[in-house]
Design a protein around this ligand. Structure first.
Ligand code: SF4
Ligand code: SF4
Length: 395
């Protein structure tokens, strides 16, 4: 009885990671397949996001600079950030397929204003470290500077990423910035490892494919924007699920699958930088960020005779380094869990990854919900529409 119950429990919580236990969404829902194969759909959504993004930058640079009079702040930090984080769980890295940051780079490349070089090896080796460091720099700036309350700073921040992506687009072919250096892309890729969908080829079909157009492109159609191609996709880290390679594949090998969200984390066994640094730093930053918002935080800093920013920085590193030590220690305690299916497995990894990303979702949603009620009044104040002022509410 007891064993039976335990077996049932295991079946319920332990994801079945066999390939056949995923659902091919192209087969099950043909409208999804049609949507992905009709490439214009993606072009329309991308153009829409480029226009919205450009409007945000213009509003930030030239609109009112008071926090409660410029709607771009809420749209950028509340709507955009929160929906990006929300998308991690359901769409993997698909956000990057519509991301406006490489918009200018794409335009310049379409105008042939690029050297179209191959990205150097150093990007492949060290890009991840730089991107991760940049991500935590953004989090630090968000908390310690007026970035999120200044429309101009926010616009300059967005613009600087667009210009960086454009700079690399002028030097290198396709999206070197997105693949190797973008801080948001990096964290999105890590989070995408626990998404409920995956884009994968049928490796049996690919084995016999001589052309591999999905990777190399073909006459008149550029290759995969991030130097992968369906044939090289083995995890959710780098693939945008943009579907571009669908039209390059003559055998309809790639498809989108619904899967257990923990499948990839378990298959990877939390190897690599995902577990070692990104996750402890993300959770460490969240603990510090949540503390900053507490009433006692500033008194605490005063009592210690240091500035709030310095205390935040100390806590950020203290929590992060402590978590790195805890995960290392836990790894040595839990190392020898043996499962006939999973092999050797460190439980702390499966626990911490979802914690880190749901923590981020909570943090972002809090900002969104706190400021949502002021959306219409801010719009009213910005554009002088009196009637909108009374539409405010508090969550
Ligand atoms: S995805 Fe298509 S084009 Fe790419 S290797 Fe497989 S069969 Fe060939
Ligand atoms: S592998 Fe295919 S779906 Fe993934 S990023 Fe490249 S072109 Fe897009």
């Amino acid at each position: 009885m007891g064993m039976k119950f335990l077996k049932k429990l295991k079946k319920f919580f332990w994801p079945d990671i066999y390939e056949k236990n995923r659902i091919n969404l192209f087969e099950k829902f043909s409208f999804i397949k049609r949507f992905f194969y009709k490439r214009k759909n993606f072009a329309y959504i991308r153009s829409f996001s480029d226009i919205v993004f450009l409007s945000l930058i213009i509003l930030g640079l030239f609109g009112p600079q008071e926090k409660d009079k410029n709607i771009m702040l809420f749209l950028a930090w509340g709507v955009w950030w929160t929906s990006l984080v929300f998308s991690w769980f359901f769409l993997g890295r698909m956000w990057c397929a519509f991301c406006p940051f490489p918009g200018l780079a794409r335009l310049l490349q379409n105008l042939n204003l690029s050297l179209f070089k191959n990205p150097p090896e150093i990007f492949k080796k060290n890009g991840i470290h730089l991107a991760t460091a940049l991500f935590f720099l953004i989090i630090w700036l968000e908390t310690t500077t007026p970035l999120t309350s200044s429309p101009r700073y926010t616009a300059l921040f967005l613009l600087s990423i667009v210009l960086l992506a454009a700079f690399f687009g002028v030097l290198y072919r396709e999206y070197a910035w997105c693949r190797y250096l973008c801080p948001l892309g990096r964290i999105t890729g890590v989070a995408a490892t626990m998404a409920t969908i995956e884009f994968r080829p049928d490796y049996q079909i690919c084995k016999n494919c001589k052309e591999a157009h999905c990777k190399k492109g073909k006459a008149g159609v550029r290759p995969c924007p991030v130097y992968l191609g369906a044939v090289a996709v083995q995890n959710n880290l780098n693939c945008f699920i943009c579907g571009h390679c669908l039209i390059l594949c003559p055998y309809e090998s790639p498809a989108i699958y619904l899967r257990h969200p923990l499948k990839e984390i378990i298959l990877n066994k939390g190897k690599g930088i995902t577990c070692a640094y990104v996750i402890p730093f993300l959770i460490g930053s969240q603990l510090a960020r949540f503390l900053v918002e507490k009433d006692f935080f500033h008194n605490w800093a005063l009592g210690l005779g240091i500035s709030s920013n310095f205390l935040f920085t100390l806590l950020f590193f203290w929590f992060s380094v402590s978590l790195i030590i805890i995960t290392k220690l836990a790894a040595s305690f839990f190392r020898v869990i043996e499962d006939p299916i999973l092999g050797k497995f460190n439980l702390t990894i499966a626990i911490l990854i979802p914690f880190a990303f749901t923590g981020e979702l909570i943090y972002r949603s809090k900002y969104f919900l706190k400021n949502l009620g002021d959306f219409f009044p801010t719009l009213g104040r910005q554009f002088g529409i009196e009637s909108l002022l009374k539409w405010g509410f508090i969550i």
